[in-house]
Write a protein that binds this ligand. Structure first.
Ligand SMILES: *Cc1c(COP(=O)(O)O)cnc(C)c1O
Length: 440
């Protein structure tokens, strides 16, 4: 979708930018790169004024649409007061209000702010470790995480990661995690097998664990592997039995993505730590939070010279502009009854995906308003990695009016939660048209 205006920007981009999770040779050589200039509702617009449905919710975070008047106004109002002041030794009304509201939604009374999903997980790891140390459980120095897990890109969260493509190269830098098997898709036999191994591994290592860390219900970055609420409850029970903390990483699943506000709460699981980021500000500004219990907080109390303080904090922790967006986001959830309208949208996405009975569809998976379409050759064999079928299909979908992104040969559909059935159908149709061009 090259044009003189777009190409001029891209030449400058290629000279100076380094894009995340992007192979430079591919980025600089492909002809369909887009320069996005505006957004409106569930639409993105490039510098030439062409519009695309935001089928990735701007990487899983834009839940309420772009330029939502309520969130725009909240940020503008906050700009009229102050853009930033520190949480280190000071506080502010928005941060207090938002902590109260997150606690109400999760049942976890203590809220520690940071800036990204990765930092929310790092904070949970350090709190869990130090918390156990400070109640005398000094042998608990390790963590357990799942196969194919993704918890972010900082060194601690990468240590928990189980996706070789992203994580293997860093192994010499990382701490060892006990690796628990995660089911691929909520199949009862598969889950029973995994639980038997988990029981054995926790029996063996449980008394050395500070925490078990899990993405509740869905491993998004693994291409939408998923498990049942019953499996999650069993993992929680086994974790409690061995005396380790349970950390749920709700960075992808939080704020309604799977249906309920939080996947773990919806499954009836009460974790010791809950990490949120991505959708917390409606996808507007970087903010994250690590929530925990009063018991954990109490393990950090004492006279200053006992040095039990949590010595961790980021400069922009609890940034007032981001918090204003986060509070407005919760207002919109209540006012627009976002969760109440989800079942109809989830069903519409499911119906649209069910109609994809093409020979190049290896499988479709969906949990709530997240889905993945796995591509294959029309003869039923898988593509080789160098063929980049998923990547090329995602690029081709742009010509048909939607932005989607692949993980390997799975093309993900992760729309804003406010996307209506006609637009959901249009995203699936664009994906199908793109995939047909590449695979058909
Ligand atoms: C995206 C994601 C993260 C990392 O969040 P960032 O804000 O990108 O650092 C962590 N965990 C899960 C489950 C995620 O989906």
């Amino acid at each position: 979708m090259s044009s003189p205006r777009q190409d001029a920007w891209l030449r400058r981009d290629h000279a100076h930018l380094w894009h995340p999770f992007t192979q430079a040779d591919e980025w600089e050589s492909q002809s369909d790169n887009l320069v996005i200039a505006r957004g409106d509702g569930v639409w993105l617009e490039d510098v030439d004024g062409r519009r695309y449905l935001d089928g990735t919710a701007s990487l899983w975070c834009n839940v309420l649409g772009h330029r939502h008047p309520r969130i725009d106004a909240a940020i503008q109002a906050q700009l009229g007061r102050i853009a930033h002041s520190t949480m280190l030794g000071l506080t502010h009304p928005g941060a207090i209000e938002h902590a109260e509201r997150l606690s109400e939604h999760t049942g976890l009374p203590r809220v520690f702010y940071s800036d990204s999903g990765s930092t929310a997980v790092e904070v949970a790891l350090k709190m869990a470790f130090q918390g156990k140390q400070q109640v005398g459980e000094v042998r608990r120095t390790r963590f357990a995480a799942f196969t194919e897990a993704y918890h972010g890109d900082t060194v601690g969260s990468v240590s928990l990661g189980g996706i070789d493509l992203f994580h293997a190269v860093y192994r010499p830098l990382l701490f060892d995690a006990v690796r628990l098997p995660a089911p691929d898709a909520a199949d009862p036999e598969d889950e029973a097998r995994c639980l038997a191994s988990i029981r054995r591994l926790l029996g063996e290592h449980g008394d050395t664990l500070a925490a078990v860390v899990v993405e509740p219900l869905v491993q998004g970055a693994a291409g939408l592997r998923h498990h049942s609420p019953a499996f999650l409850r069993e993992v929680a029970a086994l974790t409690r039995e061995v005396g380790a903390f349970l950390v749920v990483d709700e960075v992808a699943t939080g704020f309604g993505r799977t249906g309920p506000m939080f996947a773990s709460v919806g499954a009836g699981v009460q974790p010791d730590f809950l990490c949120v980021a991505k959708a917390i500000t409606g996808g507007y500004l970087p903010l994250a939070a690590t929530l925990t219990t009063e018991a954990v907080y109490d393990a950090f109390r004492g006279p200053y010279t006992d040095y039990r303080t949590f010595f961790h904090g980021h400069t922009y922790t609890g940034n007032p502009l981001a918090i204003a967006a986060a509070n407005a986001t919760l207002d919109v959830y209540a006012e627009e009854r976002v969760l109440e309208q989800l079942p109809g949208r989830i069903a519409a996405l499911q119906e649209a995906l069910a109609r994809l009975d093409e020979p190049w569809v290896a499988g479709v998976r969906q949990v709530g308003l997240m889905a993945a379409v796995e591509l294959q050759r029309t003869d039923g064999t898988p593509y080789a990695p160098h063929e980049r079928a998923g990547h090329r299909a995602s690029l081709a979908a742009r010509k048909h009016g939607a932005i989607v992104r692949n993980l390997g040969d799975r093309v993900m559909v992760m729309p804003p939660l406010v996307m209506e059935p006609p637009e959901l159908r249009a995203v699936v149709a664009a994906l199908a048209a793109g995939a047909a061009e590449v695979c058909g």
